[in-house]
Every structure is written in C-alpha cells, then in structure tokens.
Write a protein that binds this ligand. Structure first.
Ligand SMILES: [Zn+2]
Length: 432
C-alpha cells in the first residue's frame, strides 16, 4: 500500500508542487496498447488499497453490499476482482454511519478485494426524469425496474402504494431533492453530501456526483445540466481532497453529454482538466449512440488515467467499450437476468424456463469452466426455476457472472497477444 500512496500527481514536477500536488490513492499502468488502426484499447494494472485489478475488467455489481444470491467466496472463486456498491441504496439502508461503524464496506460484506461506489446520481435520475418512463442505461426497459428489481413479492405488495404515489426527484443548483423508494421519506443529495456518504462507506474508488440526463431531453436542458454536472464535479473533488480518507480513496469524475458530440467533447475536456484519479463515462444511451459517445470522450481523456464505462455489460457492448479504450465496466445484467432464468452461452442467451430444457441433461455450456457447468444440468436448473427454488438464482448467477468476467479476461489476453480483432469477430459471429 505504501507504494500506492507514494505515487506522485501530475503536478509533481511543478515548482509549486508542494501546494498543488496530491497523493493519488491508486496507481494505473498501461502494459499494452492495441495495434489495430484507430483502436484505443489497452491492457493495464490498477493498484488500489485493497489489491490489484487487471484491466480491462468487469466490475460485479453488489448494489446493497452483496452480489445477490452469492457469497463473497463464490464471487472471488469465479474470477471477480472488484465490486461496485450503490451509494443511494446503502444510504437508505443500512445507512453510511452503520457501515462506517462496522469498519467500512469491505469489512461489513466480508470482501477483501477492491471496491467502488457510484455517486447516487443515476438512481436519482431513475427517481426523477426517468421515473415511470421507458428509460434506463440502455433505453428499452422500465425505469422502475432499476429500483424494484430486488423486491420480493411481499415487499412489492407492501410498498406498492408508495411507488404508485411517488413524487419525482427535483434537480436544483445545489443538489437533488428526492423521496426514498422504500418508505417515501424525504432526502437530499448535494455533491458534498454524496462524497461524505461515499467517504463513510469507504470504497477504494468513488465517483463525483453528477446528473444523468434522459436521451429524450432537449439540447437546451442537456447543456444546462452538463454545466451543472461540471460545477458539481468541481465541488465533489474539492470536498473529497479536503478529507484525510482521500489519501487511500480515489475519486473519478464523470463525463456526461448525452448523444451530442459537442457536449460529450466539451464534458471530456472540462472534466479531464480537473485532478481526478480516473474517469467515468455516464449516461443513458440508445445503443446506436454508445460507441460514438465513448470514442469522442476517450480520444480526449488523458491516456494515463483509468476509464470506467458506467452501467454497461452486454457482450457486444463490452467488445465495443474495450476496443474504444475503456478499462472498467459494471452492470447488473449478468446476475439480474440469471434470477429470471436467462443464461449466456457462446451461441447467445437461452431461457431455462423454456420447456425444451426440462429433459436436457447437458450443462448450460459444455466448454464453460464454472462450478455450475461442471456439476449441474440444464434439466436440474430448469426444475429449480419452475419450483421457485432459491438455488436456481445462485447457480445461474455463478454461470452468468463467470461468463462475462471471463469474456473480459479473454479480451485482456487477446490485447496482450494481438488477437483482439480475431476474438471479437469469432465471438460475435457465434453469439449473434
Ligand atoms: Zn458455466
């Protein structure tokens, strides 16, 4: 850890370095760049206070400080190196003070590897502009699902009326006023408040507070929102650097700007001039816009700092993101769809609820190295899903998370071996 703490900032060579420099809590080294023309992809190593991440890497999402239905030991065994938890959810339940009293995120959840928290900006967006509309990270599902996905049938029934009578979040210059989706209580997030909560939760990497806009908003609103997000980034950074924890906790700034080239480039320029330890690329994307937005941004962001594409994780999107220079990606999809019986295979997704699998004695995928595929059949999983047994979620989540995490590991090896284009072509041809 001392090595990490001894890393010097980009200002270290300045004669005023004693005034301007900060000690970065992480160390990122690029070990190989993709050779393909125009490709921005790279393989690297990101050192944090809780260990190394081999990048590009898929970040498993543990919204409420748990990867749903899996123990941290299982998560580690299937190759996950880093977990991202959710500031909004943990603030509401159990609360950041309880997590801090328990010794922080790693301690409370029994995970000894690297961790991240998002800023809560995206969940506030889900409660505001996107609430009740057909908008998420990829604009096709219902926004409420983001918040309600983990409700059991009982809580869904008990809490239904609160959600039905929900008042959308209000975005103001100083922050966002919103109501809890659990009990309707009033809350307020400012940039300083978001960072204070994330400081207490204590992950290795945190994010600046931002406003995620809907792709359906006018360009006028997007401009206004983007300038506000930049002011919030500055406030988030200033607040964080004043805290002693910033010596071991890194902060990433978030680039927004929707689908607009002018706004994305402006955002990348403004945010990259601030002394963040790394960067997030945020937004709610229409699929066709995603690769452009990522490319515009990564051509501007400083090459030597890590980049995280927020909330993206379908195989085809991961290839695009890696090729266009992203190092980290998080997404709830592998575990969320697993709980509904959908599992990845190299020839596309299959649904284990389909009656065809009830007598299929083969594993989900013969060539898969995961625990589920080594031991269990599609027929057994199909039975567990039909019988509504909780083991179904566990076994399907193990497979899906292994599939995605190892797909990104294969991409990393392919960058190192100069075979990325071959891997991408062969994988997508079979997968689609
Ligand atoms: Zn498997």
């Amino acid at each position: 850890m001392n090595n990490i703490l001894n890393q010097r900032s980009v200002f270290a060579k300045s004669p005023f370095s004693y005034m301007l420099s900060f000690v970065s809590a992480i160390d990122f080294k690029i070990i190989k760049k993709m050779k393909e023309p125009k490709a921005l992809g790279r393989a690297g190593v990101l050192k944090t206070a809780h260990g190394k991440i081999q990048t590009p890497a898929f970040v498993a999402v543990g919204t409420k400080a748990t990867i749903k239905s899996l123990t941290p030991e299982q998560v580690k065994d299937l190759g996950v190196e880093v977990i991202l938890a959710n500031t909004y959810h943990l603030h509401l339940q159990p609360g950041e003070d309880r997590i801090a009293c328990a010794g922080g995120l790693n301690k409370i959840m029994g995970w000894n590897g690297p961790t991240m928290t998002d800023s809560g900006g995206f969940q506030v967006f889900s409660l505001g502009a996107a609430f009740g509309k057909n908008i998420t990270k990829i604009t096709k599902n219902h926004a409420e699902e983001i918040l309600l996905e983990d409700f059991t049938e009982t809580t869904r029934k008990n809490r239904g009326p609160i959600v039905e009578n929900f008042k959308p979040a209000k975005v103001k210059e100083d922050g966002v006023y919103f109501r809890s989706h659990i009990d309707g209580s009033a809350h307020y997030f400012s940039p300083e408040k978001s960072i204070e909560i994330q400081n207490k939760i204590g992950a290795d990497i945190i994010f600046a507070f931002d406003e995620c806009t809907s792709p359906n908003e006018s360009i006028h609103y997007q401009r206004e929102s983007l300038d506000r997000t930049h002011r919030w980034a500055k406030k988030s950074l200033k607040y964080h650097r004043a805290q002693p924890i910033s010596k071991k906790q890194a902060i990433f700034g978030i680039v927004q700007g929707g689908r607009h080239e002018e706004l994305r480039k402006k955002s990348a320029e403004v945010i990259s001039k601030m002394d963040f330890d790394g960067f997030g690329i945020g937004g709610s994307f229409q699929k066709v816009d995603m690769s452009n937005a990522v490319r515009w941004v990564n051509e501007i962001l400083p090459e030597e700092k890590p980049r995280h594409l927020l909330g993206i994780g379908e195989p085809e999107d991961l290839f695009m993101a890696v090729e266009n220079g992203c190092d980290l990606f998080d997404c709830v999809a592998p575990t969320r769809i697993a709980r509904t019986g959908q599992v990845y295979t190299s020839s596309g997704k299959i649904n284990l609820n389909n009656s065809a699998f009830q007598e299929d004695l083969s594993p989900i995928e013969k060539t898969c190295g995961c625990y589920t595929c080594k031991k269990y059949t599609r027929a057994y999983l199909a039975h567990l899903f039909r019988a509504d047994e909780i083991l179904a979620a566990t076994l399907a989540s193990i497979h899906n998370l292994y599939f995605i995490v190892n797909l990104v590991k294969k991409m990393r090896r392919a960058i190192l071996n100069n075979t990325f284009s071959k891997l991408k072509k062969e994988f997508l041809k079979k997968y689609n």
